[in-house]
Design a protein around this ligand. Structure first.
Ligand code: GSH
Length: 338
């Protein structure tokens, strides 16, 4: 009796705990859409196309969460946020998840009431300069004016690097993306500094003559970019974290949007678990057993999303580099779904 009572109590407290933690997932399910915070328009990662459809590596992550929760990658809403606005929007509940080129740092992960749910792009901060300046290395930037966007990690990283390398510069810090890009294009600063992915995107999508600009060879920091959720909601953290992980793991096992139905017949136990042929992973997340199948079928695996949005199938042509799979010399290492 005593043991039975204890077990009942344990089950009750576990249920209580789970319901407290499941808040965002419940809200999202009731609303019928996941609300993702993105950039205001940063080609390759999150930007509306000519038809106004939001596309990009980060938008795909948002779609993946929608596919996992609803079995429908279309059930999402985008809230465009500039760098400065993004954390308040997540903290206040205006968005369910930040899918927006945000660097994971110790401070952001601890002090802001938010926490990262994985890494979907390993990046580093760099410099973009007009070729006509004749600059070949960042070490030659002494005395330069450098454009940066307000509210980015890039401001502090640049200050640290400049101090360490005895480079003096004049920061031109502007709040909105278009204005800071326009300031650079108009020559109001000599240099633009942000994540290398951002520089590639700006060069190709925002500057009239991309060939007149060059990205300098120095990468001055680690910028691991990933989705963020609010602290204290582990069930939702898991939904986002494992949606991303499923995309990465699907690539590792060669499961693509094109072959996912064929792969569902695979004998490989890992693939059978990912695709829900062997049940369990879905129930563990409070989702349908087809959660990952739906992500892969409708959004694709990580490699497909990478190539289409920022890689060889896109104007950006960013190499996989650090974002290749762990067994291909990169850092993408999915946590196993088992
Ligand atoms: N990874 C850096 C920089 C991210 C960032 O906000 N970059 C700017 C410059 S590329 C951006 O995405 N702006 C787009 C916008 O504000 O809509 C961070 O997390 O602070």
């Amino acid at each position: 009796m005593k043991i039975a009572a204890l077990a009942a109590f344990a089950a009750l407290s576990l249920a209580g705990l789970q319901s407290a933690q499941a808040a965002t997932l419940d809200v999202v399910k009731k609303r019928g859409a996941v609300v993702c915070g993105t950039t205001t328009g940063f080609a390759g990662f999150s930007a509306p196309d000519a038809q106004g459809v939001w596309r990009g590596l980060d938008v795909d992550l948002c779609r993946a969460v929608a596919a996992a929760v609803f079995g429908d990658a279309g059930k999402f809403k985008i809230v465009p946020l500039n760098s400065q606005q993004r954390f308040t929007a997540l903290q206040s509940g205006e968005v369910d998840v930040l899918t927006r080129n945000t660097t994971v740092t110790q401070q952001r992960d601890t002090a802001l009431g938010i926490i990262h749910a994985g890494i979907n792009f390993y990046d580093g901060q760099g410099f973009l300069v007009p070729k006509k300046l004749g600059v070949k290395s960042a070490k030659e930037l002494n005395g330069a004016t450098i454009c940066l966007q307000t509210g980015t990690s890039n401001e502090n990283t640049l200050a640290d690097w400049a101090r360490a390398n005895k480079v003096s510069y004049k920061p031109v810090v502007i709040e909105t993306f278009n204005e800071v890009v326009n300031a650079f294009a108009a020559g109001r600063c000599d240099v633009f500094s942000t994540d290398a992915s951002g520089l590639a995107s700006i060069r190709i999508s925002k500057l009239e003559k991309p060939d007149d600009y060059v990205v300098l060879p120095e990468i001055i920091s680690k910028e691991p970019l990933g989705p963020f959720v609010r602290q204290g909601d582990d069930a939702w953290l898991n939904v986002v974290r494992w949606s991303l992980s499923a995309m990465i793991e699907a690539e590792e096992y060669g499961v693509t949007s094109a072959n996912v139905d064929e792969q569902a017949k695979s004998e490989n136990p890992n693939i059978r678990r990912i695709l829900g042929v062997v049940p369990g992973a879905g129930a563990n997340l409070g989702l349908d057993e087809k959660w990952a199948y739906n992500i892969i079928k409708q959004v694709g695996n990580y490699g497909e999303s990478f190539e289409r949005n920022v890689g060889q199938g896109s104007p950006l042509k960013i190499a996989r580099g650090l974002n290749a799979q762990w067994n291909q010399g990169g850092l993408m290492y999915a946590l196993p779904i088992r």
